[in-house]
Design a protein. Sequence first.
Length: 299
Amino acid sequence: MTPKKILYLMLFVVATIHFSTSPIQAQTEVPNQKSNKKVDFQPSLSTSIFHFSDFATSPLNYLGFGGSGAANWKWQTQSRQHFMGIDFFSGMAIANAPLSSYFQPNNSSTVTSFTFSDQHLFPILKPKLPNFLNLSVGGKIISTSFFRSNSSFQNNGTGFESLLNLMLSGKATVDISRKEAWTLDLFLFEKTFKPKERYLSFGFDAGLLNMNLRPSYSYLSMLEFNGSETSPISLLLGDHSWSLNGWRMNTCFEYTRYRKNGNGYKWAYLWDAAYVPGKFENFQIATHSLRYTLIVNLK
């Protein structure tokens, strides 16, 4: 056979293999992957008790109450869970200051924060665990910016810090679903308990790489002010710098209930704490939250 005929024969064989196998893969593999993927939208509301102190403004310890609204998305397959969300928080705190018979300043502080998070979890020990237990590990990146104001401090009354954390994540989920219906006989009447899909889960995140944007010493900035060139952002962040120190941890205990159509709801208790030294004076905060979440099945 001439080289030209050999080349034509090779092209014919390759084309035959391609057209005979690719339709099968497109019909069997791709639809299976898509059918196994689940997508949820999860809006939530929370009430929180928080306490914080910032030694760049004062040594006062604040205790307060607030609320937050969040929007979260979940993508789940057999090999991975992906969570992404945004959260906006606002609250009011009162400082634990000594009483005075001569002068009592205003010790209240308003606090707002904005958080973005992205988390990936992967199942582990799946063949060795019982069917009702699921363990997952992975990672999470979370960014939170706090803005605080206490008018009684006047020029030093505004505080701002930004936290950026790369965290190690873990989650344990227990299936407590009722698999079959059963009836309770109470003599005068009977109560039938229908099957329900329910889960209890506990998750934790521990900071591996903790960065923070904090002021160099205090929030009282002595920057040069030029009305045509100085922006409000430069006045707020002119003396801030990034540091790599401190720690952050959070936990979440959840009860989840699903309906037959894939929708559901969650109740959760969350704890989030951070210690941020910055360059000189530290900032520390801890939040305890009760959260209710709707689960909307998108796919």
